[in-house]
Design a protein around this ligand. Structure first.
Ligand SMILES: C[C@@H](C(=O)O)C(=O)SCCNC(=O)CCNC(=O)[C@H](O)C(C)(C)COP(=O)(O)OP(=O)(O)OC[C@H]1O[C@@H](n2cnc3c(N)ncnc32)[C@H](O)[C@@H]1OP(=O)(O)O
Ligand SMILES: [Co+2]
Length: 134
């Protein structure tokens, strides 16, 4: 059911510093920061030949990554994003298998203007999973 790895997200305490680190030290192509108010984060994408790294920083009072950064002051790997062809079919299959879909269970439009959903890390060996319909 799951397809390609779309991105790995890293929560960071200083977005400009992290973006600059990837641009200069790592020599990667790095996007401009983009606010995602519906998701409570600001994102920078680092383009790699085979996937992307999504640098995340909290946006607003109720960011879903605030507690994670409080627990991981230097930042850390926050989620992995797998592509799916049909997000509703994937959601229903996962729910039937007992996985918890986060939020209200309905897909939101993600950073690539495609529908996304998140699955509880406790149901996937401690890893927060994002599904993106491509
Ligand atoms: C723009 C978009 C895109 O790419 O298109 C994005 O990515 S938006 C990316 C940002 N959006 C999201 O992450 C949306 C989905 N995420 C959420 O709803 C939240 O982050 C939760 C996953 C529910 C966690 O929230 P929060 O940390 O406040 O809850 P909590 O403190 O009660 O933590 C519950 C337990 O889960 C663990 N936990 C929390 N976040 C975790 C993570 N990222 N990876 C692995 N484990 C994690 C905690 O350590 C804790 O374990 P213990 O109980 O053992 O201590
Ligand atoms: Co993401």
């Amino acid at each position: 059911m799951i397809g390609r790895l779309n991105h790995i997200a890293i929560a960071v305490p200083d977005l400009a510093k992290a973006a600059e680190l990837y641009r200069t030290v790592m020599g990667a192509k790095v996007s401009a920061p983009k606010a995602q108010p519906a998701h409570g984060v600001t994102v920078v994408f680092v383009e790699l030949p085979n996937t992307k790294i999504e640098l995340l920083h909290p946006l607003g009072e109720k960011s879903p990554i605030a507690n994670f950064l409080a627990r991981n002051a230097d930042g850390g790997i926050h989620h992995v994003c797998y592509e799916v062809e049909d997000i509703y079919a994937a959601r229903d299959k996962l729910k039937a298998g007992g996985a918890r879909v986060l939020g209200d269970g309905e897909p939101k439009i993600g950073a690539h203007d495609k529908p996304v959903l998140f699955l509880h890390p406790k149901d996937f060996t401690g890893t927060l999973i994002e599904l993106e319909q491509v």
